[in-house]
Write a protein that binds this ligand. Structure first.
Ligand code: BGC
Length: 913
């Protein structure tokens, strides 16, 4: 047995953290069954030599008897800014045998307080942000400023780190090279409150001799176009783009030198990036290049002095989650000539990102202008469909004059697209002329799903792509149109699927702070976060009251993170905020029906059947009444708050909110359930949510299931639920043994359905069931994204129901696992895994000639309860031995025609009929 995959604050070898007592985690690996960790030892040293020698000068826990492998709080010597900490772990197994030491990991501390920077904000002269009340005018773009500083190094370098942030975005360059591989740094937060910085190890970039450090600044989320068009527009946080930086160089002789952003830097306003905007795209004019500006020897006498900005108040914090990177380069599957000098490239996959394109100028005037238009679909005439982008023009332009081929890509923009319309090429392109670069916050893949039904495999892939495309600093609703906001209802419903697919712990830990930053003085959460209009204009925050489900994500997400990652700290940090929100709802609605303090803008069960425009589909009858929907969430959020209080051992609060949630549930029944057990509105959504949130007493549950079935029949066995209740309905059908019906809905190719989208060629999830209907064409151009993950929440069903991987609320983080696959009639085999915080859980089942085979893998140091769908216990074999002969497989009972077993860690192959 050995410790593996050591992480500090959820990341492997993070640089520049600002947590004083970081939490350490690992997983234990073993080929043996029934293996557990009985003790551990962590040592943390201040140098590589000391850690090699096993000298924990910072912290040595000694042997600690414990099976804990995650979130162990560093409790050694106080950590200083900029220091490196090296660490390793040893574990003891059930026979008290020690493992070898793990390999060495490290983290480094960042700058911990403002004084640690000794740097200034430098850049453009200060301009006041214009008053933007309902301004719809496109921003006049100003070229990206270039900043530079030359300095001399005379001694041998041991280590160099740079700490850097900006308002707007920065690309940092040292001696002609881009520093790191991140995009859109310092990423998006509410800059009035928190501004993130990044740390880079630049030891190999700094040389003995003359060095140049340079930066390009751009608008980004800070002052570029942002948010739903038509209402709000740009410059939400400010207009002047500024940089703050500290380079710390340690020499071999133990001395240090610092280079900081200050008045000695130069700035140039007329560089080649003429426009850089997330929505509008980038304009690059190669004729404006300043050759060699980021290298030594460039003459910057014509450049201006930088301005110093002392007005910035936001707290500077270390970025705690994965950076945005190019995660995949995608070669087009075709290129076609549309008309003279207009070519259409098809990537075969809808992505968020941009293109790298190889260009040369072959016209005799020696200037070519090439435009790349990006879109998700094609018009009937074969051109790129861009009307659904609304005000996001999404065009990248290159003005070039070089005869030799060069590769270009934008620096500070991204688009949501599958097709690229390239205009102005003077030569015949090939498929290799361009490549699509998919960008995403680089969260690690943590799940996999595959089965005998190809359309479900495609569905899983489409969900995954949609997640990648919308995991860009914050969880966005869509990557293409002028919106791209962290809409919270979408996350509320998709979070569990997203956590199965990828390790979202660090990403959501950051975004939970964004949500908290936006909580109002009255206690309510916004409907998206960050909420950039807070300080400014358009709809003042105070008027935008919470929308049920959207605002409730401020309660459900921390709870999801606790369950999935056993992260109690998230609950501790968030508890008061969560309580404030529930108290707000309660104070507005003392009679326990959520009617007051609710947003006029209320998406409700967004994009449900009533929004579908298609013949052969009922016009009305899908939408759940707003008070039913809202009150269901009031009860649910209150109940989750009581559970949080329970975990945190706040007994009084636990009792109070549990009581309150029970009362809201009673009130729900009194108010909305009639004498026949029908829920007001009689919608699929109404029954789904009431069942999911356990709002009904037992006798009414069965009645509700029957009404739900009838409500589905009314739609000719089709879905009429919206964003929020669709996955709830699917899970509740299974929980209430309506397996055939759930299966039918899942695999139906009749519109509206998941498979229908796929059959129309979808490579990502659509926002609307009827985004495109053959014969009818596109839905309304005002809101029609082909890359929205809410309906992708069905991913949870693939993992939990079909693969059967479930967590146990009482032992969060999959310390105890429940394996309960539903072996549906139509699938012949299924396999997949989930990398939990305790290690990989794997399930593979297949139909045999007689009966089934299920292979299960349970991580070391965890246990599982397994539900096998058979009552013939005596016939169950594991690796060809009858289970009654295997001591460590404990038969618990038979319930609902299933045999329930308890197993410990290891790999098992069960056969039964
Ligand atoms: C977004 C959604 C969001 C909704 C709220 C839309 O414009 O794209 O995903 O949840 O607004 O109504």
């Amino acid at each position: 047995m050995y410790p593996d995959y050591l992480r500090c604050e959820y990341l492997v070898n993070p640089l520049g953290i600002d947590v004083l007592n970081p939490r350490l985690s690992w997983i234990v690996q073993s080929d043996e069954r029934d293996q557990i960790q009985t003790a551990y030892q962590i040592i943390v040293s201040s140098s590589e030599d000391l850690i090699e020698e096993e000298k924990g000068d910072l912290w040595d826990t000694g042997k600690v008897s414990s099976d804990q492998t995650c979130h162990i709080k560093y409790n050694g010597k106080a950590l200083e800014p900029q220091m490196y900490c090296y660490w390793k772990v040893k574990v003891w197994d059930k026979g008290d045998q020690p493992s070898k030491w793990s390999i060495i990991y490290f983290w480094s501390m960042g700058l911990l307080k403002p004084a640690d920077w000794s740097a200034k904000w430098i850049g453009e002269p200060f301009k006041k942000r214009p008053n933007l009340i309902r301004r719809r005018i496109k921003k006049k773009s100003s070229p990206c400023p270039l900043l530079r500083k030359e300095f001399q190094i005379e001694k041998k370098i041991r280590q160099a780190n740079v700490y850097v942030t900006a308002l707007g975005e920065y690309e940092l360059r040292i001696n002609g090279k881009k520093v790191g591989d991140r995009f859109f740094t310092p990423e998006w937060t509410d800059y009035y409150q928190r501004i993130q910085y990044q740390t880079y190890d630049v030891s190999t970039l700094i040389i003995e001799g003359i060095n140049v450090i340079g930066a390009i600044l751009a608008d980004g989320w800070y002052s570029g176009h942002l948010g739903p068009g038509g209402i709000y527009y740009h410059s939400h946080y400010g207009v002047n783009r500024v940089l703050m930086l500290k380079l710390n160089i340690e020499f071999s002789d133990g001395t240090y030198e610092q280079i900081v952003s200050d008045s000695s830097w130069k700035i140039f306003y007329d560089g080649p990036i003429r426009q850089a905007d997330h929505f509008m795209g980038e304009i690059y004019n190669a004729q404006k290049e300043q050759n060699g500006w980021d290298n030594a020897g460039f003459d910057d006498t014509e450049w201006s002095e930088v301005s110093i900005d002392n007005s910035i108040k936001g707290k500077i914090v270390a970025q705690i989650n994965e950076p945005i990177r190019i995660i995949e380069e995608i070669r087009p599957i075709s290129v076609k000539l549309l008309k003279n000098k207009v070519h259409i490239f098809d990537l075969g996959q809808n992505i968020a990102g941009f293109c790298k394109i190889k260009l040369s100028c072959r016209n005799e005037k020696l200037v070519s202008t090439i435009k790349l238009r990006h879109g998700e679909m094609l018009n009937d005439d074969g051109s790129v469909y861009t009307t659904n982008l609304r005000r996001a023009t999404a065009i990248d332009t290159y003005v070039i004059s070089n005869k030799d081929e060069k590769t270009y890509h934008p620096h500070f923009t991204y688009h949501g697209f599958q097709y690229i319309q390239v205009e102005g090429l003077e030569f015949e392109p090939s498929i290799d002329t361009l490549v699509g670069c998919a960008i995403s916050s680089d969260t690690k893949l943590s799940g996999s799903f595959e089965c005998s039904e190809p359309s479900l495999n495609k569905l899983w892939k489409n969900i995954l792509w949609t997640q990648r495309d919308n995991t860009i600093s914050v969880p966005t609703d869509c990557p293409q149109r002028d919106e791209r906001m962290g809409w919270m209802g979408d996350v509320l419903i998709f979070s569990q699927t997203s956590i199965f697919n990828m390790d979202m712990a660090a990403f959501y830990s950051k975004w939970i702070k964004d949500i908290r930053d936006m909580q109002t003085k009255d206690g309510f959460y916004p409907n998206f976060a960050p909420y950039p209009y807070n300080r400014s204009h358009a709809i003042p925050f105070a008027k935008l009251l919470p929308a049920p489900a959207w605002a409730d994500c401020g309660i459900t997400l921390p709870w999801d993170l606790y369950l999935n990652y056993a992260d109690k700290k998230i609950l501790m940090d968030h508890y008061e905020s969560a309580k404030f929100y529930v108290n707000y709802l309660h104070s507005k609605n003392p009679n326990l029906i959520w009617k007051k303090g609710r947003s006029l803008f209320n998406p409700n069960d967004w994009l449900n059947g009533d929004k579908i425009k298609a013949d052969d589909y009922p016009k009305k009858g899908a939408e759940i009444p707003q008070d039913v929907f809202a009150t269901a969430f009031f009860a649910h959020s209150t109940e989750l708050l009581s559970k949080m209080a329970n975990v945190l051992q706040l007994i009084k609060d636990y009792e109070f909110y549990r009581n309150l949630s029970q009362k809201i549930k009673q009130k729900f029944v009194e108010e909305f359930v009639d004498s026949e057990g029908k829920i007001k509105g009689d919608t699929q959504a109404g029954y789904a949510i009431a069942l999911k949130f356990n709002l009904l007493p037992k006798d009414l549950r069965n009645i509700a299931i029957n009404h739900l079935k009838k409500a589905i029949e009314k739609y000719d066995n089709r879905i009429s639920t919206g964003f929020i209740t669709t996955i709830m309905m699917m899970l509740e059908l299974i929980r209430n043994s309506e397996i055939e019906l759930a299966n039918k809905l899942l695999l139906s190719d009749r519109f509206p359905s998941w498979i229908y989208m796929i059959n129309q060629g979808a490579t990502t999830m659509w926002e609307r069931w009827d985004a495109y209907v053959k014969g009818r064409g596109f839905q309304s151009r005002f809101m029609n994204s082909f890359n929205h993950y809410a309906y992708g929440a069905i991913g949870e069903f693939l993992y939990k129901i079909i693969l059967g991987i479930n967590l146990d609320d009482r032992e969060p983080g999959y310390k105890h696992i429940i394996i309960k696959p539903i072996l549906t009639g139509s699938l012949n085999w299924v396999k997949g895994y989930y990398n939990s915080i305790h290690g990989r859980i794997e399930v593979e089942w297949k139909k045999e000639k007689e009966g089934y085979e299920i292979a299960i893998s349970i991580p070391t140091n965890t246990t599982a309860t397994v539900y096998l769908p058979t009552e013939k216990v005596q016939n169950i074999r594991e690796s060809d031995v009858f289970i009654k002969e295997i001591e460590t497989i404990v038969f618990l009972k038979i319930k609902n025609k299933k045999t329930i077993l308890k197993i410990n860690s290891g790999k098992y192959i069960f056969k039964f009929n």
